[in-house]
Ligand binder design. Structure first.
Ligand SMILES: [Zn+2]
Length: 216
């Protein structure tokens, strides 16, 4: 999981919400659609460097959906609150339905202030360990372990599919460091924490960066 620094919401989204009056209310279910919805979706993708808010796989507008960190069911007042919106992998209308389900669709209406690791927390990366096997493990830190374990389970971050994808990304990164000194590897690890020239993060960069920092 990589920290997402929330920026300002798109102006067009603000203006649309400001149209609220006695006869019309902005609503996620009833009228949040084009052009505002794709504008917000694109802003989230850009903010996140085009990786999933939870697992870190590469996403586009087609292969992702707008996710409510705090679910609409329990937090209806936050349904159009930009700071509560993030982009998760697995699209809204991918047909046939995406299986296995993980990340936002798996999380669904779950949220727990104490037991959910949020990508909006600046230290969210510290909750997990990423060995070269592609696994995601909870940290050994007793203060953080319960939340990490619960989050992994609730979002299905440890399923075979994601483990294989992480392993593939890690293997690719390991190939690229052959012959480098430890110092060069650490510099590279820092590089994975920043987006590239196109504003994109390397998929699973949190796992790669963790591995380089902890095993070299
Ligand atoms: Zn994901």
């Amino acid at each position: 999981m990589k920290h997402i620094k929330k920026g300002h919401e798109p102006e067009k989204f603000t203006n649309w919400k400001a149209l609220e009056n006695d006869d019309w209310k902005p609503s996620w279910d009833d009228n949040f659609q084009a052009p505002e919805k794709p504008i917000v979706h694109d802003a989230l993708l850009k903010e996140q460097g085009y990786i999933c808010c939870y697992c870190g796989m590469s996403i586009t507008r087609e292969t992702s959906h707008i996710e409510h960190l705090k679910p609409r069911s329990n937090y209806p007042s936050l349904s159009l609150e930009y700071k509560n919106l993030i982009a998760s992998c697995q699209g809204e209308s991918e047909k046939p339905p995406t299986v296995p389900v993980h990340c936002g669709h798996k999380k669904k209406y779950w949220y727990d202030e104490n037991l959910m690791v949020s990508p909006l927390e600046i230290n969210c990366v510290d909750f997990f360990q990423y060995p070269a096997s592609g696994e995601i493990l909870p940290t050994d830190n007793p203060d953080k372990k319960a939340a990490a374990e619960t989050t992994i389970k609730k979002l299905a971050l440890d399923i075979d599919k994601l483990q294989k994808m992480r392993k593939k990304a890690i293997d690719g990164a390991l190939l690229a460091i052959e012959g480098l000194t430890d110092k060069e590897i650490q510099l590279l690890a820092q590089g994975y924490e920043k987006p590239d020239g196109n504003g994109q993060y390397t998929p699973f960069c949190a796992a790669i960066s963790y591995l380089f920092k902890n095993y070299f």
